[in-house]
Design a protein around this ligand. Structure first.
Ligand SMILES: *Cc1c(COP(=O)(O)O)cnc(C)c1O
Length: 383
């Protein structure tokens, strides 16, 4: 069981706010904040190079920490500056050409879809089953040897859906296609184990459920993919002679030399914090808060829940009759309750299909108390 008092003491912000925007950008615990601030101070004392050298072992340990978190080998981990950067880097390495087929789920995220469209790739949508999850039978019917990539959003940005992974991987691998798992909304709230799931590539971000600093992301490139980056720098390769160079083995070839060292240390601290609490404990606590929110919201006149799927994630999406999503968000904010809005422009296939322009998104993390969830429901009743 998560010790709520201890966890809340680590997160000063959660006393002043009912913070329900962990799907947007969470409140980092003090362990993360301390790490970032201390490193920035050290950089100001001795310069960035010396400061980084002092933390070389901790920075190296970060690969092992994320390997543990994501069920892969340390050399399969690369750090980036966002989930989108990770996703784009992996897709770029696939050197897709217009004849290749790429399949996506109906809850594909805008930045992923736009990245593909800009490459001139025709995107084919895998239908959803009646519950809203990716329809694996429909996927099987779409597969042939020209399918290079199946892009699978684990948890979409706009609601409680959790997509199945293993059957998608099994189907995709039967024709030699790679599965890229967008785990941006699942890392830090649900278990994501690359080896157990069999996925080929994972993209994730630091600031959402993992509670790390902004401007941080992670990319897992599993050995089985053989993917190599097309764009490299002096971190990825050694310049041996005027025209010769050797590219580093493993996912690290996807990194660039320069990065925010303080933020990286903060990200590693955030992952350690999550591992210390235990992902299954976190999942249970987030799920309890989201279930409580859904059951309370279901009883409020005029409120409609929009979450798809069976077992749901910590993202609770809803609208209130007679109020715009912005009005709901701003009125709640005035009462010290942080929620955000999610628009059809982020998940166009899904929202257009369901005829929804926008939803309010409440995403309670484990540090939110049940009393705060009730406070949110009472406030929404009055909006
Ligand atoms: C937020 C989000 C992303 C993008 O993450 P960034 O770190 O902002 O690049 C990708 N996919 C999903 C499902 C998201 O919710």
């Amino acid at each position: 069981m998560i010790d709520l008092d201890a966890i809340r003491a680590d997160t000063p912000g959660c006393r002043d706010l009912v913070f329900l925007d962990n799907a947007g950008s969470s409140l980092p615990p003090r362990q993360v904040l301390d790490e970032v601030q201390a490193h920035l101070r050290r950089e100001a004392e001795v310069g960035g190079y010396r400061a980084a050298a002092e933390r070389a072992e901790d920075l190296e340990e970060g690969y092992a920490v994320f390997a543990e978190l994501l069920g892969c080998e340390p050399h399969e981990v690369a750090f980036t500056d966002s989930a989108t950067r990770s996703w784009l880097a992996a897709v770029d390495a696939m050197s897709l050409s217009p004849g290749d087929r790429v399949l996506v789920t109906e809850v594909e995220y805008h930045s992923n879809a736009l990245g593909l469209l800009n490459l001139g790739i025709k995107i084919e949508r895998i239908p959803s089953d009646p519950s809203g999850r990716v329809d694996v039978d429909a996927l099987r019917d779409m597969l042939d040897s020209r399918v290079r990539l199946v892009s699978l959003v684990h948890v979409p940005t706009n609601g409680g859906l959790v997509n199945p992974i293993e059957p998608v991987v099994e189907a995709a691998h039967s024709v030699g296609a790679l599965v890229l798992l967008d785990a941006c909304q699942s890392i830090g709230q649900l278990p994501v184990d690359a080896a157990a799931l069999g996925v080929d590539v994972i993209s994730g971000t630091g600031r959402k459920w993992l509670r790390g600093p902004r401007g941080t992301g992670v990319l897992v490139i599993r050995d089985q993919t053989g993917l190599r980056p097309r764009l490299i720098d002096g971190k990825a390769a050694v310049w041996e002679d005027s025209d010769t160079f050797t590219v580093a083995q493993g996912a690290r070839a996807f990194e660039l030399w320069e990065y925010g060292v303080a933020e990286r240390l903060g990200l590693i601290a955030a992952a350690k914090y999550a591992l210390r609490l235990g992902i299954s404990e976190i999942t249970a606590a987030v799920s309890a808060n989201a279930s409580l929110a859904r059951s309370l919201l279901a009883g409020i006149p005029g409120v409609t829940l929009h979450d798809l799927g069976g077992d749901k994630s910590g993202i609770v999406s809803f609208t209130k009759a007679g109020r715009s999503v912005e009005e709901v968000r701003d009125r709640l904010w005035d009462k010290g309750i942080a929620v955000s809005c999610s628009y059809s422009s982020s998940t166009r296939y899904d929202m257009t299909r369901r005829g929804i322009d926008a939803v309010v998104r409440a995403s309670p993390h484990y540090f939110v108390s049940p009393e705060q969830v009730s406070e949110f429901a009472r406030a929404l009743t009055d909006v």
